[in-house]
Design a protein around this ligand. Structure first.
Ligand SMILES: Nc1ncnc2c1ncn2[C@@H]1O[C@H](COP(=O)(O)OP(=O)(O)OP(=O)(O)O)[C@@H](O)[C@H]1O
Ligand SMILES: [Mg+2]
Length: 206
């Protein structure tokens, strides 16, 4: 008679189905050009795998067009898959372009209730902010205060953040403010990935 350890764990197939459905749904909301797989940098894959020695947070930096956003979408897909495999629970992921995020956090924005949005971004299982330095006008003091609330809550509860940015992590203080910058220094220790290479868009239309 087979031992109980030879029996398939019924939870495994439930988890697998849940993972496949969640990853397919996430792929459906991934921008079209980022849906195909690219060779993922080992540090991004390591972050996504969430092993004990992996960095909690990931800061993808590098020149314009080098592949930061594509890497981020693919890494978050893997992260989602791993998280369900590890916990059996479907996590929430919030993805925001920084420019839209800063707008949404403005007190006079009519599309979002700032308090509700701040709470959502504090609590979501993964917060992915794309192109942090895209806005050439720094966010207002008000927006920086909301960012502080979001980052501080995530920092003290060790909730992961993924950022793409075309400037180095030490150069974002004018955007996020001094207090967020201080927390980011610690949050992204061991999790900064500099992608090197040419602008992949060059020659793409030739
Ligand atoms: N490893 C890769 N192999 C093939 N194509 C890639 C790879 N990485 C990215 N690309 C493609 O290169 C283009 C630019 O990538 P992406 O938008 O990720 O760049 P980026 O670094 O985020 O640029 P920006 O700083 O302007 O936001 C996209 O068409 C993307 O699909
Ligand atoms: Mg990008």
């Amino acid at each position: 008679m087979p031992s109980t350890s030879d029996q398939p764990d019924p939870r495994e197939s439930v988890y697998r189905e849940r993972r496949e459905d969640a990853v397919a749904a996430y792929l459906g909301r991934t921008p079209v050009i980022y849906q195909h797989d690219i060779p993922l940098h080992p540090l991004a894959a390591h972050w996504a795998a969430q092993a004990d020695d992996a960095p909690q947070n990931l800061f993808l930096t590098g020149a314009i067009g080098v592949g930061k956003t594509h890497t981020a979408w693919q890494a978050t897909r893997l992260w989602l898959d791993r998280r369900i495999a590890n916990t059996g629970r479907q996590p929430t992921i919030q993805t925001w372009r920084s420019t839209r995020l800063f707008d949404a956090l403005q007190p006079n924005n009519h599309d979002y209730d700032g308090r509700t949005l701040t709470a959502q971004l504090q609590r979501t299982d993964l917060l992915y902010i794309d192109d942090l330095a895209a806005a050439r006008v720094s966010p207002s003091g008000w927006t920086q205060e909301r960012l502080y609330e979001i980052f501080d809550e995530r920092y003290i509860n060790r909730r992961p953040v993924l950022i793409t940015c075309d400037v180095l992590p030490g150069e974002t203080e004018a955007i996020v403010g001094e207090r967020v910058q201080s927390r980011m220094r610690e949050m992204f220790r061991g999790g900064v990935l500099l992608l090197e290479g040419d602008d992949r868009r060059k020659g793409a239309a030739a």
